[in-house]
Design a protein around this ligand. Structure first.
Ligand code: ATP
Ligand code: MG
Length: 430
């Protein structure tokens, strides 16, 4: 029979690889805890309307990249392509604003986009997102940027570039878009096909074109900073000043616009200077109108999302994982000894010790080899002698020392044994 394979653009994360995921997850969660952010989990699929209205119908994500389907009751459903829209829906639906005016939230989970798979670009990938809902203060934008930068710093990732821009409010942007359109129309024939298509639907997105010729044309184009209202200008200056205060280096990039419609004012991206391929590891910005647009009260918010696959590509070489060990490995021979073994692992696991048991019928020397392979601190040996005398043999793997104790002693001395496990673990790690 033919083998069934994983779907193109999806990846299994096997146990060895998962250790790196757990490592970065722990680091990030402890950082977010220090900043008093709380985790939120929202469903992986939502009504497609949420993304049409939230992300915007003229964006690449909604137009080309969504996993959108009809379910058995003919509902229009989409696998989430990003996390913010779902968090905002949950915020409104669960009336979270009545519990607290400020919600500081984070999420981590799979996202789905129909894109051409390549290194750092998958169809199912993972994002860790941070959202600060309820504040229009420039300190909130700064906190989100600071947290994202600290996440990278905490993982010893240096070669990063923070790009930041202000895309103003809706009205400033419409004015700017009209001028940009007017300018680009003059060069219509020289534009690449994508940009031609965007010219009427979403001209501002042309700014981040990868086409060299279009990029050259854009050099003479009007810039957004000349269209910002005094309020937006001040907000942007404030954010920049806070970044200066915190010693966070940044580059103002007037071409940075982001791929989702819901942003206003602050937009930012963090790029790695190490990777050859997909170099943007984090994107974010302010979204003051999204909550109202999705049916909630007018509530300002700012957030960002880190692509975890891309983060791992650059973080991995900096991580040295601790060599995992287990506390006990149980080796047994004979039916009675095997039963004794089952009781012992039940007891040891209730003591929160890490225990594995050999379930082969191999001889003791092979079972003890396995104990070494699994990096057990101690091996419990149960054979005919142990069954007859109702004792347990404990072999300490690093010193080869063996001790024989009765089952009652074993239980009553468990605290002493735990201490000895810790002591031997320390010897092993030298
Ligand atoms: P790109 O320009 O690379 O397509 P984007 O602007 O579409 O990125 P965002 O929507 O801002 O990406 O998502 C935030 C982060 O999620 C990105 O910076 C990236 O690290 C990650 N990301 C986005 N799409 C993918 C994907 N298909 N596979 C892996 N990671 C992704
Ligand atoms: Mg994209």
């Amino acid at each position: 029979m033919s083998k069934i394979q994983a779907i193109r653009g999806t990846k299994d994360i096997l146990p060895d690889e998962l250790q790196y995921w757990q490592f970065i997850n722990e680091k990030i969660v402890s950082l977010l805890k220090c900043a008093n952010y709380q985790e939120i989990k929202t469903p992986i699929f939502e009504n497609s309307d949420l993304y049409d209205r939230g992300i915007g119908e003229n964006t690449d994500i909604v137009n080309k990249e969504m996993y959108r389907f009809k379910d058995k009751s003919n509902r229009d459903i989409t696998l989430r392509p990003e996390g913010t829209a779902g968090v905002v829906r949950a915020f409104i639906e669960n009336r979270m604003s009545t519990q607290n005016n400020f919600q500081k939230l984070w999420y981590n989970g799979p996202m789905f986009r129909y894109e051409r798979p390549q290194s750092g670009r998958q169809r199912q990938f993972h994002q860790l997102g941070i959202e600060f809902i309820g504040s229009s203060d420039a300190r909130a934008d700064t906190e989100i940027i600071q947290l994202a930068m600290n996440i990278f710093k905490g993982l010893s990732i240096q070669d990063l570039q923070l790009d930041i821009n202000s895309i103003g409010k809706g009205e400033d942007r419409s004015l700017y878009q009209a001028k940009l359109q007017e300018y680009l129309l003059r060069y219509y024939d020289d534009l690449d096909i994508d940009s031609k298509n965007r010219l009427s639907s979403n001209p501002i997105r042309i700014l981040d074109t990868k086409n060299i010729k279009t990029q050259q044309l854009l050099e003479g184009a009007p810039t957004i900073s000349n269209f910002l209202s005094p309020e937006s200008k001040k907000h942007f200056d404030d954010v920049c000043n806070y970044l200066n205060l915190l010693n966070i280096p940044y580059t103002i990039n007037e071409k940075l616009v982001r791929g989702l419609d819901y942003y206003n004012d602050t937009a930012f991206e963090i790029k790695t200077l190490q990777s050859q391929g997909q170099d943007t590891v984090c994107g974010g910005g302010r979204y003051d109108s999204l909550i109202h647009q999705l049916g909630g009260n007018r509530t300002p918010a700012v957030g960002c999302a880190i692509g975890l696959e891309r983060l791992l590509i650059i973080a991995k070489e900096k991580i040295s994982l601790p060599n995992p060990s287990i506390d006990f490995y149980v080796a047994s021979q004979g039916i009675k000894a095997q039963k004794m073994g089952m009781l012992i692992i039940q007891f040891l696991r209730s003591q929160l010790l890490t225990v594995d048991i050999d379930m082969s019928s191999n001889n003791f020397s092979k079972q003890i080899k396995q104990a070494h392979k699994k990096r057990a601190i101690a091996c419990i040996i149960l054979g005919d002698e142990e069954v007859q005398q109702e004792i347990i043999t404990i072999k300490w793997m690093s010193t080869q020392e063996q001790e024989k104790i009765t089952m009652t002693q074993f239980k009553s001395r468990i605290y002493y044994l735990k201490k000895k496990i810790i002591f031997n673990k320390n010897i092993n790690s030298y």
